[in-house]
Ligand binder design. Structure first.
Ligand code: VL7
Length: 134
């Protein structure tokens, strides 16, 4: 049985989101707004199919994928760069590699107790987010 990420999750901590956004080339004004946000994630997981909806008062982002199937990701409303994304299981962690213009881009999700962790990577920057069940 793989890990079960289903649920609604609220951001409780966000370490080095600024560095991650700078690495993505997000402009100053957008960063000032973005770092104040407390996004919520709704995750729907059915077998190998995932739906991850990240919502905030400023912007929303929806991602749908199947494990092991590469897809085009547009990052619309984020940095708007297209990349090829592939999500796989590494033990109980969900690991996404986002191949494109930015080196070392990707993210990892895992569970620790009742918390959902997300590590966001771009170039030499790592942002660590923790979400708690709503
Ligand atoms: C999504 C933000 C910074 C632009 C707005 C910030 C709006 C709320 O990709 C992500 O999650 C994965 C894994 O759960 C699923 O897509 C993280 C937030 C990254 C990057 C860009 C700042 C403007 C934040 C949508």
């Amino acid at each position: 049985m793989p890990a079960d990420f289903n649920g609604t999750w609220n951001l409780v901590s966000n370490d080095n989101f600024e560095g991650y956004m700078v690495a993505l080339g997000i402009d100053f004004a957008t960063r000032k707004i973005a770092k104040m946000l407390k996004p919520q994630k709704v995750i729907k997981q059915e077998g190998d199919s995932f739906y991850i909806h990240t919502t905030s008062t400023f912007r929303d982002y929806t991602l749908q994928f199947k494990i092991g199937e590469e897809f085009e990701e547009d990052n619309k409303g984020l940095d708007n760069r297209k990349c090829k994304s592939l999500v796989t299981w590494e033990n109980d962690k969900l690991v996404c590699v986002q191949t494109g213009e930015k080196k070392n881009r990707g993210w990892t999700h895992w569970l620790e107790g009742d918390d959902l962790h997300l590590e966001l990577r771009c170039e030499n920057q790592v942002c660590r987010q923790v979400f708690r069940r709503a």
